[in-house]
Design a protein around this ligand. Structure first.
Ligand SMILES: Cc1cc2nc3c(=O)[nH]c(=O)nc-3n(C[C@H](O)[C@H](O)[C@H](O)COP(=O)(O)O)c2cc1C
Length: 382
């Protein structure tokens, strides 16, 4: 028996694969991205549009509790897709159980000159050097407050990704830039992700060095104690750090009250290209995301899980594009998941396919609760 009307399959998968994706290919990657978000957010802001998207992309629930928050299932939208938090209603409508907005820096930034986003279809990878283009913390606050006042606030948890302004990275106290942003946004996010791992702001990754990281995370911890209201704060890790550097970062983070980790940001390394277009994309400066990032992401999840233990949730991100990659991330130690690149290559149905597949995996393994699958294949649990 068919699980759902064939007509909704036609609309969902064929419309994206045969019409939307080829049309978007005529635009450069960033324009295509902007256009998809604009059209999607207009659609998701109407009652009829929400109903239609909700029907087409209906995603089963697979509840999980983490960081004191309840998630309908583990899979959220990764940072960078909605830098301006302009489509917050769209993401839950296409099935995501939580959204990470940003990266946001204190000062408004144009980012690097265009073109700055490149795609390799054969490798299912993106290269970007956006450089934290965003409206800045004050405008982001105003935007979020107006969404809240309009009654259109999403019903799913909202994480905010906090970066460092380009002009502050080499300051004596770059941490002040992060604190100024957190101060603007603290009452608006359900959780926060501290980003010192983007490869596209020169000097940013140096903030991951032991003494600088200690200063940064200690200042954030002090800030939290002055603000009272408790909010989870996670630290996002670079896949290009060595294994021992990652262990050091985990130790420093835990010493300074960090609640969990996001693994991983984009990488400056490149796989061997298998097509001319990939060779061209991979020759561009910037961070690579998508399928080639998957193995290193799993390594980093395992390293963090083994170092920090079960009490510190990990958000697994990097090359997740379906049930198998999602399952590997969870069994390596991730409690929550995110994706970005697979939304570009597979379209929105990747969310429901991933969660439906995860449910099947749990049934096959005889595991009742997704929480019980976390880390079962990380080395400490084997
Ligand atoms: C165009 C683009 C912009 C991004 N911007 C950010 C950002 O502002 N902050 C951040 O922490 N990560 C950013 N990321 C990284 C993603 O959040 C994610 O860590 C990475 O893409 C790996 O996931 P994926 O393989 O599913 O794409 C960006 C990624 C892309 C492709």
């Amino acid at each position: 028996m068919l699980e759902e009307p064939v007509i909704s399959w036609i609309y969902r998968d064929m419309t994206y694969g045969l019409i939307v994706r080829p049309v978007l290919k005529f635009f450069d990657s960033e324009n295509a991205h902007g256009l998809s978000i604009k059209v999607g957010s207009v659609l998701a802001s109407t009652y009829a549009g929400q109903k239609m998207l909700g029907y087409l992309y209906k995603t089963p629930s697979l509840p999980i509790e983490a960081l004191g928050l309840n998630f309908r299932h583990p899979l959220g939208l990764a940072a960078g897709m909605d830098k301006k938090c302009e489509a917050l209603q769209l993401w839950p409508s296409i099935g995501f159980s939580w959204t990470e907005g940003g990266g946001i820096t204190y000062h408004p930034q144009e980012g690097n000159p265009r073109p700055r986003m490149f795609r390799s279809d054969s490798e299912r990878a993106l290269v970007n050097r956006m450089g934290f283009n965003n409206p800045g913390a004050v405008a982001s606050r105003n935007n979020l407050v107006s969404i809240m006042d309009s009654g259109n606030w999403p019903r799913t948890p909202l994480a905010l990704n906090i970066g460092c302004s380009k002009i502050s990275v080499n300051d004596e106290r770059p941490e002040d830039d992060y604190i100024a942003t957190l101060n603007q946004l603290w009452d608006l996010g359900d959780l926060f992700v501290i980003n010192a791992s983007s490869p596209n702001t020169v000097g940013l990754r140096d903030l991951g060095q032991s003494n600088k990281l200690n200063n940064l995370l200690r200042s954030i911890d002090n800030f939290r104690s002055t603000r009272g209201e408790s909010r989870p704060v996670l630290f996002k890790i670079s896949p290009d750090a060595s294994d021992s550097e990652i262990e050091m970062m985990v130790d420093v983070a835990l010493d300074n009250g960090i609640d969990g980790f996001v693994a991983v940001n984009t990488t400056t390394s490149r796989p061997r290209p298998t097509s001319t277009r990939s060779r061209k994309a991979f020759s561009e400066d910037g961070g690579l995301s998508g399928r080639p990032l998957r193995d290193r992401s799993l390594d980093v999840i395992r390293i963090i899980h083994n170092r920090a233990g079960r009490n510190y949730p990990i958000v697994g991100v990097g090359g997740i594009d379906g049930p198998d990659s999602a399952w590997h991330a969870i069994t390596s130690g991730a409690t929550l998941l995110q994706l970005y690149s697979a939304l570009v290559f597979n379209g929105p149905s990747v969310v429901r396919k991933t969660i439906r597949g995860l449910k099947r995996k749990l049934d096959q393994e005889g595991i009742e609760n997704i929480q019980d699958a976390v880390g079962i294949h990380s080395s400490t649990n084997q």
